[in-house]
Structures are given as structure tokens and as C-alpha cells.
Design a protein around this ligand. Structure first.
Ligand SMILES: Cc1cc2nc3c(=O)[nH]c(=O)nc-3n(C[C@H](O)[C@H](O)[C@H](O)COP(=O)(O)OP(=O)(O)OC[C@H]3O[C@@H](n4cnc5c(N)ncnc54)[C@H](O)[C@@H]3O)c2cc1C
Length: 466
């Protein structure tokens, strides 16, 4: 990912705002910049844009939206969302950016729904750990592919050019870090150079680069990566070469319930509605409801790096609204069991040990016992047969470290000053999760991709129009 000298370089074509990456961040940045009259071009390495956005659950948190009010959720506020984000990150994220994104979140959702007709609605039947209100908005299938398709339709309807099979391999920069253009490498190895007045890095994180994971998140080197393989850390690599400030590189969004060997994730309501996990000895090992991100490492640390998730019809019926959970069901990953003995057979563990584990959890739910892992089971009814059981692994969904940005999404140098015309958002920018896996508040990925995308697009357009 070299930086090339811009001095003396002329470009055969030029656009005002170039955007690298056609996921949620890049498409939304393009809509925002285009709306402000800037000439925009999106460059996407894949032949068909998918990104992590289309693999995701497509659930976007926001506070104070029109959709929330229409659904009777009158008491959510940016303050509540900002505090949820900061509390989940144990206070170790950039508070100013967290507050800014929380304050902008309703505007982004209202704008996408009103102007671009995104088919979003509020999720009303469950709350993720750490959400103190029902912040989540999603399209009907609760599937990111549907969200991205709607965004790409909007881009097309606005006649915003999108070049696919166009991997940006190099940036042309002046000595002060001003970006003059990019080099695109096509699948056949041919290259094209293009000039720009401003550049938005919307090419996500480094989950697809094994060497970067080994360096920054060594504990996940051998874990299954469930995000987009084309996200190979290009934004961070260019940023480091430019002298940008890069923060929280050990941070990531994990997931502690990916069905194995089916490699599709189980809807988290399976846990929030009272489900729990046992290892191959039939024993619990954690507070499963602390957050799905940190649960990944807890599962990975179990014998053979696997566990089994036990839940019942209540959690299953809510989770069945999610595309990935339906995939797990259709793939035959979810075994139906009526007794502890049947579950023990699926797990391959001692039946008496498993029966004891299940009895202890039922006692916790009934208020007769305290959970040794500190989970409060008493807020939900005890699980009832028929149960569902699925073998699961921990996975890396996407990385949370990245380029430090200011409130305009301008990439910052190590001394805190912004580069002249470089912007970043979504997985390319530093997230709001603090330094590790435990700081990820569910939905924080698309929260930053959508809001930072809009803010970067607006600011880049304002810059080039100035
Ligand atoms: C299974 C799964 C479920 C998830 N569920 C949720 C959820 O429900 N809610 C939530 O908030 N978050 C969720 N996330 C996280 C969320 O998907 C990401 O945070 C978000 O999609 C990132 O958006 P983005 O636009 O930054 O990146 P992406 O959507 O990954 O887009 C980046 C694009 O850049 C392209 N690209 C990369 N490098 C280059 C290059 N050099 N040149 C040209 N193009 C390039 C890629 O091909 C890609 O299309 C989930 C993630 C996964 C993996």
C-alpha cells in the first residue's frame, strides 16, 4: 500500500470527492456529498459490492428518531445512547466523538428514511446487552445485504458513479499529506490513475489481513473471521505511511455464538431471553449476557475452542426474525431436544453434569440462587422444553481500531492537526469501543459507518465547494 509522490504528477481524470469502498460508509458518504453538489466517484475493489455491511445483521442504533416516536418509544435521547456507548467501553473511547455520533444518529436515520426511502423499522421485542433503550433500527429481514442493496439503489437513482473491480492500491500525496489522487489496480493487473480534491477512506478495517491481526489482536489469530475478506487494512496502512494517528488497534467486534461448522451466527435473543452456553464437559463458563463481542474469546478459550448454546422457543422465535438465525435453522445447526439427557447426547458430555448445570440455571432464574458468574437470570422466565441446542465457536466480525478522526471525520496527524483533504469513517476510523473486545456496544459498527459516512460526505463536499 505505498504512498506515491504527487509532485509533478498529472492525472488523466479528476473528480472532486473520491470515496474508497462501497459499504454502508462509502455509499452514505456518496449520497451526502452528492446532495451538496459535489462531483463524486466511488471506487470498490469487488466486482459486486458486498463488504461487511452485507454480511451484517443490518441493525443500526439511533436515539430520538421519527420511527422510534411513531413506535411509541418516546424516552430515548442522544444522552442515553452516548452514555450506553461510553459505559460499554468503560469510558475508554473518545467521548467527544461518541457524543457527536449519538447526537447525529437520529438525523442520519430520519434522512435515510425520508429522502432515500430506506425500509427501516424499530426492533421492539428485545434489547442487546448494554442498550438501556430500544435503539435498534433495521430493514425487514434484519440482514445487511438488504440494507446495502437499498443504499446501492439510492446511489444508482442519484446517478452517482460507482466503479467496481477497482482496487485502490496507492495514494498520491504531497509532503504535507494533501491527497492529489489514487492509483487503481484492475483484476487483470492494469492500473489507472485518478485525481481528486478530497478523499474519503470508507474501506473498513483489517480483519482480512492475517498479519495485521497477528500483530494487533494476537488472541484472535486462529479464530474464524466472519467479516468481508477484502477488508485488508488499507486505510490504516496508508494512514501509518502518512503519519496519521492510529488508535485502539487491539479492539474488535467479536461474536460468541457462530454455529460450527455452518459458519452462520445465532441471533443474540437466544441469549438475552435466558439461553446459556456450556462447554464439552456440560459446564457453564461465563456470564453470557455481558455482550456478544467479549463472548467470542470466552468461547475460544474452552476445550477444543467450542461450546454449545442452549435456548428455548421464546428466544428462538425472536431470533428467527434475523436472517443469519434462519440460515442456521435451515442448515440444520439447531438440534431440538426435550430433556437434559438428549442435550447431553448432542454435547457428548456426562448427562448428570449437564442436568445439574441446567437445574442450577433454573434456580437462578427462580431467584433461589445467585449465578456464580454474576449474570442476572431472574429478569426472564426459566427455559422450558423443547430446547434448541447448537454447537458454536467464537469469531472475529470486524476490527475496531483505526484512523483517529475529528468531528468532521477529518483524519488527524499524530500531533492532532487534520490532514488537508483526507476523511475516514466506518471501520476505517477508530471505533467507539475502547481498546479491546469488551467495549463493543451492539450496533456500534453500523452506527459509525452510517453517521461517519454522512458526516464525512458533508464535510468533504463543503471543503471542495469552498
Ligand atoms: C456477520 C456480521 C454481522 C454484523 N452485524 C452488525 C449489526 O447488526 N449492526 C452493526 O452495527 N454492525 C454489525 N456488524 C459490523 C458492520 O457490518 C460493520 O461495522 C460495517 O458494515 C462497516 O461498514 P463499512 O462501510 O465501514 O465497511 P464495509 O461494509 O466492509 O465496506 C468496505 C468496502 O471497502 C472495500 N474495499 C476495501 N479495501 C479497498 C480498496 N483498497 N479499494 C477499493 N475498495 C476497497 C471492500 O470491498 C468493501 O466493499 C456486523 C459484522 C459482521 C461481519
Amino acid at each position: 500500500m505505498p504512498l506515491l509522490k504527487a509532485e509533478g504528477k498529472t492525472f488523466p481524470t479528476r473528480t472532486q470527492v473520491l470515496i474508497i469502498g462501497a459499504g454502508a460508509c462509502g455509499t452514505i458518504a456518496a449520497l451526502a456529498a452528492n446532495e451538496r453538489g459535489a462531483e463524486v466517484l466511488i471506487l470498490e475493489r469487488d466486482a459486486k459490492p458486498t463488504g461487511s455491511t452485507s454480511l451484517s445483521g443490518g441493525q443500526i442504533p439511533a436515539a430520538g428518531t421519527k420511527l422510534q416516536r411513531a413506535a411509541g418509544l418516546m424516552d430515548d435521547t442522544p444522552e442515553i445512547l452516548a452514555n450506553d456507548l461510553i459505559n460499554k467501553a468503560h469510558g475508554e473511547c473518545d467521548h467527544e466523538i461518541a457524543w457527536h455520533i449519538a447526537r447525529e444518529s437520529a438525523k442520519t436515520i430520519d434522512w435515510l428514511v425520508d429522502r432515500y426511502k430506506l425500509p427501516l423499522s424499530c426492533i421492539l421485542d428485545f434489547q442487546y446487552p448494554g442498550h438501556s433503550r430500544m435503539h435498534m433500527h433495521a430493514s425487514p429481514s434484519r440482514f445487511g445485504a438488504e440494507l446495502l442493496a437499498a443504499l446501492l439503489n439510492a446511489v444508482e437513482a442519484e446517478h452517482i458513479p460507482l466503479a467496481t473491480s477497482a482496487r485502490v492500491t496507492d495514494l498520491y500525496a504531497d509532503p504535507d499529506g494533501r491527497i492529489r489522487g489514487v492509483r487503481v489496480t484492475r483484476p487483470d493487473g492494469k492500473t489507472e490513475d485518478m485525481g481528486c480534491d478530497a478523499l474519503i477512506l470508507a474501506c473498513c478495517g483489517y480483519g482480512g489481513d492475517k498479519a495485521m491481526i497477528a500483530k494487533h489482536i494476537p488472541e484472535m489469530t486462529d479464530a474464524h473471521y466472519h467479516g468481508h475478506p477484502g477488508n485488508t487494512g488499507d486505510a490504516v496502512k496508508w494512514g501509518e505511511d502518512l503519519g496519521a494517528s492510529v488508535k485502539d488497534m487491539g479492539s474488535f467486534q467479536g461474536h460468541g455464538a457462530v454455529a460450527t461448522p455452518h459458519a452462520t451466527h445465532i441471533g443474540w435473543p437466544a441469549i438475552t431471553e435466558g439461553g446459556y452456553q456450556v462447554n464439552k464437559h456440560g459446564k457453564r463458563f461465563s456470564n453470557e449476557n455481558a455482550g456478544y463481542s467479549e463472548q467470542a474469546l470466552k468461547v475460544t478459550h474452552q476445550p477444543d475452542h467450542v461450546a454449545w448454546l442452549i435456548f428455548d422457543e421464546r428466544g428462538h422465535s425472536i431470533a428467527m426474525q434475523m436472517h443469519s438465525h434462519v440460515d442456521a435453522q435451515n442448515a440444520g445447526a439447531l438440534k431440538v431436544c426435550n430433556t437434559p439427557d438428549e442435550i447431553a447426547k448432542v454435547v457428548g458430555c456426562d448427562a448428570a453434569t449437564l442436568a445439574q448445570t441446567m437445574a442450577e440455571v433454573a434456580d437462578c432464574a427462580g431467584g433461589k440462587k445467585k449465578d456464580p458468574f454474576g449474570r442476572d437470570f431472574s429478569t426472564k422466565p426459566a427455559l422450558k422444553a423443547p430446547y434448541r441446542v447448537v454447537k458454536i465457536m467464537g469469531a472475529l466480525f470486524h476490527t475496531q481500531g483505526g484512523l483517529e478522526i475529528n468531528k468532521e471525520m477529518r483524519v488527524l496527524r499524530k500531533d492532532g492537526t487534520p490532514f488537508p483533504n483526507l476523511f475516514a469513517g466506518g471501520g476505517a476510523a477508530r471505533g467507539l469501543s475502547g481498546p479491546a473486545d469488551w467495549g463493543y456496544l451492539s450496533g456500534s459498527g453500523l452506527l459509525t459507518a452510517t453517521n461517519m459516512g454522512r458526516l464525512a460526505g458533508e464535510a468533504a463536499a463543503a471543503l471542495v465547494k469552498r
